[in-house]
Design a protein around this ligand. Structure first.
Ligand code: SF4
Ligand code: SF4
Length: 430
């Protein structure tokens, strides 16, 4: 009973802090603009199963991709075991899901094997981060905190797997001595064979209990660190894939206010919706102009750098890094959002997402090739934000590189991007 009470108190504390963190993030979502209606459930589920659960994009990098996919699948299976621990902890039961019989054997058996696989994969990731000079892990947007985040998360996952295997090992030893075993434990049974012979019941009990508590407390700690780290994607990547943009890659968003205004002017009877009384601002210049999907993208970015590594602008030495667009958007939203919440909608700190975080040079370096979108393992759309920021520069600030300004002027004056008068169009025929 004491164990149940302590467990319930720890769980309550965990959920309380986690709810507060999620509430703070929800407050920032409330500041964002609408994106799209969430329809097409079938297509979205298909994306979820292929891209998220199937990890289809991650395999473009075969070796590290396979390791990442194994870690993801491992987490999915191990999470079921963690839920069982919560039930056991609260109700004082023992292996509550054992009633599932053979299904339970498969879940626990694969969790035990994945525990070892994830442990090895994480060791490889730690070695890669600490000792190998990998270009993808570098960039102006990768700050010291981000590197510390990565090492902290990897260390915690490593300890989670050690405690999982320790717990299984202790349980296996106890269960064998009582001839009453639920689930199968291929790795832990092997590890048990390596222990010195003649371990007492109380020693095995201690191994199990210490690792059980260590494992569950690490899970609770990890969950509460995630909202403040770059690893928040553990929570958001599945929803982000489900909520992928379903419009063709590269299609620019229509400005609905302008569309309604033009429709009302051209053909008021056929207008799909009434024109707005007042046109809002065009494009994105700061945190409050982004859509909920842009913000979800930025929260979900794992900072893996796959997008930047295929970006032709970045690869040819330009300042643009699509990963930086996501990192900067998240950082600015946090700074600007809480300021707006605290001081009201007219508050200003003299900064903007454009210029103070993302420069015009970066924005105009984008070729809109969409290689970053294709590469991103969780379907983030970086060019959408880039184009919206360009939209702000052109429509609100009348700012564009010389060639584009000239082209726009020509379209305005000549009805074509060239400098020639429309009357001269047929001259080529002569
Ligand atoms: S769309 Fe822009 S940001 Fe993305 S890869 Fe192409 S050039 Fe880079
Ligand atoms: S946007 Fe996607 S590909 Fe780029 S760093 Fe973030 S998660 Fe990785």
């Amino acid at each position: 009973m004491i164990k149940q009470i302590i467990f319930a108190a720890v769980l309550l504390l965990t959920l309380g802090i986690l709810s507060y963190s999620f509430y703070r993030i929800y407050q920032l979502f409330k500041l964002t603009r609408p994106a799209f209606k969430i329809a097409d459930t079938g297509k979205r589920l298909n994306k979820l199963f292929v891209v998220a659960f199937g990890q289809s994009k991650i395999f473009r990098w075969p070796y590290t991709g396979l390791l990442h996919a194994l870690v993801f699948w491992g987490f999915v299976v191990i999470t079921i075991g963690s839920l069982e621990m919560v039930v056991d902890g609260l109700l004082g039961t023992h292996r509550a899901l054992g009633v599932l019989g053979p299904v339970y054997d498969i879940i626990i058996g694969s969790g035990d094997v994945f525990g070892a696989i994830v442990l090895l994969a994480i060791l490889v990731f730690i070695i890669r981060r600490l000792f190998l000079n990998i270009k993808r892990f570098k960039g102006v947007e990768i700050k010291k905190k981000s590197k510390q985040d990565a090492i902290l998360a990897l260390t915690m996952i490593f300890l989670l797997m050690v405690s999982l295997l320790g717990m299984n090992l202790g349980y296996y030893g106890l269960a064998v001595s009582e001839s009453n075993i639920e689930g199968i434990y291929p790795v832990s049974a092997f590890l048990f064979g390596l222990l010195p012979e003649g371990m007492s019941y109380s020693q095995l009990y201690m191994i199990h209990e210490v690792n059980w508590w260590a494992h569950i407390i690490l899970i609770f700690l990890f969950a509460n660190i995630l909202p403040y780290s770059k690893h928040f994607h553990v929570f958001t990547s599945l929803p982000n894939v489900y909520l992928s943009r379903l419009t063709p890659i590269g299609k620019m968003n229509t400005m609905q206010d302008v569309k309604a205004e033009v429709e009302a002017m051209m053909n008021p009877d056929a207008a799909s919706e009434p024109p707005p009384e007042e046109l809002g601002s065009f494009g994105v210049s700061d945190g409050e102009h982004i859509t909920w999907k842009n913000y979800l993208d930025s929260l979900s970015c794992t900072q893996c750098g796959r997008c930047t590594s295929v970006c032709p602008a970045n690869q040819t030495g330009k300042k643009l890094s699509p990963r930086k667009i996501m990192v900067d958007t998240r950082a600015r939203m946090k700074e600007r959002g809480y300021q707006l919440i605290k001081e009201g909608k007219d508050a200003t700190d003299g900064k903007m997402l454009i210029n103070d975080y993302i420069t015009e040079e970066e924005l105009w370096a984008c070729t809109t090739c969409n290689a970053c979108v294709i590469e991103c393992p969780i379907n983030i759309n970086q060019p959408e934000l880039i184009l919206e920021m360009r939209r702000y520069l052109v429509l609100e600030q009348a700012k564009a590189p010389g060639e584009i300004s000239m082209m726009l002027t020509n379209i305005e004056n000549n009805g074509a991007p060239w400098q020639y008068s429309p009357e001269d169009r047929m001259k080529w025929a002569e």
